[in-house]
Design a protein around this ligand. Sequence first.
Ligand code: ZN
Ligand code: ZN
Length: 245
Amino acid sequence: MLKAFNCDLHIHTCLSPCAELDMHPKALVQRALEQKLDIIAVSDHNASANVPYVLAAAAGKNISVIPGMEITTREEVHLLALFESPSDLTKLQSVIDRHLFGENDEARFGVQAIVNEQGEVEGLNHQLLIGATDLSIDSIVDTIHQMSGLAIPAHIDRESFSILSQLGFIDDHSRFDALEISSLTGLRQGRIQYGDLSQYPFLTSSDAHFIKDIGTSTTHILLKEPTFAELKMALLKQNGRRILE
Ligand SMILES: [Zn+2]
Ligand SMILES: [Zn+2]
């Protein structure tokens, strides 16, 4: 039997320079449970070192965690990559690390903390995670798909770092698995505003950088169980799985 699962598929941790330090894995999972979320995706900017700790913090709890990343493309477009397994994400990370340059300026952009599931700091990331990779959107989408992941342009309605703000259009031949609409616009308004993109599934998520924001914007998705494979089926509208808009 299918049921509606409450999903927030775009959440940052304290590894993102712009996220608060209280966004550590244990606190994040705690808040997600309080918000009655069924599936969350962790998506730090160009980084993924906290994903295993969020998975550990969620182990045995009534919540599913999807490993992810929010990549900044050469065009300064934010692109979400979601995966079934952390090992696929690790493979993507090694590609990103070869194409991301510069060092973080902590005073200017913030600290990038790797924190374990107990809330202990394991280390700091010194890469310029706020920066852009030199990889094009198309090449990153290819890489994500080679690793069986989902490629989803983030917050397409936002005036910065979105595919529409940077390119002004979405190519008919693009192979995105869905488009994300920010909480400012929401799914209903998004469908009206972007009627020409009706062939794509739309998702909305919190894009939380602060604990209080987790679960403030979610998508209800009809699935058999809260897994990545089921999510993938829903985006393809297979066997009754679908996004409830
Ligand atoms: Zn973003
Ligand atoms: Zn984000």
